[in-house]
Write a protein that binds this ligand. Sequence first.
Ligand code: CO
Length: 207
Amino acid sequence: MSKYDLLFENNKAWARRISEQEPDFFKNLSQQQAPEFLWIGCSDSRVPANEIVGLSPGELFVHRNVANLVVHTDMNCLSVLQYAVDVLKVKHIIVCGHYGCGGIEAAMTNSSKGLVANWLNHVRDLLHRKSDELDKIDDLQERSNRLCELNVMNQAANVARTNIIKDAWLRGQEVSIHSWVYGLSDGLVRDLGLSLSSTEEFEALKE
Ligand code: CO
C-alpha cells in the first residue's frame, strides 16, 4: 500500500477507535464546536497543535502559517481571530513558536526565495528592531532561538493590537493572549511569561 493510500486506512482506524470509546463522539461534535482555546502556530509538520497539548477534536481552534505571524493585513489570520473571539468566545489565545523554526532561520540568514521571502520580511523587520540585543549573541543557534522567542512575543502583542481584541476587552469579555515556544528536541512547551488579559496590561507593555 502506498503512503497516500495508507492515509485512508489510518483515518478509518482512527474513527473506529474513537467511536468505540465514545459512540456519540462524532454525532455530538457535528452539532457544535465550543473550543476554549485558539492556537496560532507555525505550519511546521513537527509542531502538531492538538497533539502537543493533548486536546481532542472540538477543543482547539487552529490557525497556522509559516513562522506563526500575525500580520495586520492578513485576512485569513484576522478572520480566524475574529470568529474565535466574537463567535466561539475562546478564553485563551496561544501564540506558539518553536525553536529551530526554518522560517525564522531563513529570515535571519536572508536565505529564502520567492513569495515566502516577502512573508518573512515581517520577521526581518523585527530582527532589525531588536538588532542591539541579537547582535550580542555570537552563537548562531542561540541567536535564532532568541529571535524565535522575540517573534512569538511580538506576534502576541500584534494580536492584542487588533480591533478584535481591543473591542472584546472594552465590552468586558474575558480573553487572554499567551506566548509559548515549543522545543523540537524535547517536545516541551515553555511559557515565555508574556500574557495579556486587558487593555491596561497591553498599554503597560514595553516592546
Ligand atoms: Co517554524
